[in-house]
Design a protein around this ligand. Structure first.
Ligand SMILES: [Zn+2]
Length: 83
């Protein structure tokens, strides 16, 4: 009996099909390194798919707020280290 069917393209772990959270297939991928379009066909495990859904909640507005909060925490930590 086969234990694994595929692997997650985010975390890299081998998984059976019943642990696939998403199958992503598209011809609309832009490779920003060489500015060319390419296709993509990947599996994402349930855990990584859930994480993607959580971290993208709130879109750009939430992403900017998270980045600002991280910078604020970094500055606070730098001040504390100087004491
Ligand atoms: Zn994964």
């Amino acid at each position: 009996m086969k234990k694994y069917d595929t692997y997650c393209s985010i975390c890299g772990f081998a998984i059976p099909f019943n642990q696939v959270g998403a199958n992503i297939e598209t011809d609309m991928v832009m490779d920003f390194d060489d500015m060319t379009h390419c296709s993509l066909a990947i599996h994402v495990c349930k855990e990584c798919w859930t994480k993607i859904q959580i971290v993208t909640l709130g879109g750009m507005k939430k992403a900017i707020a998270k980045s600002k909060e991280l910078k604020r925490m970094d500055r606070k930590q730098e001040k504390e280290m100087k004491k």
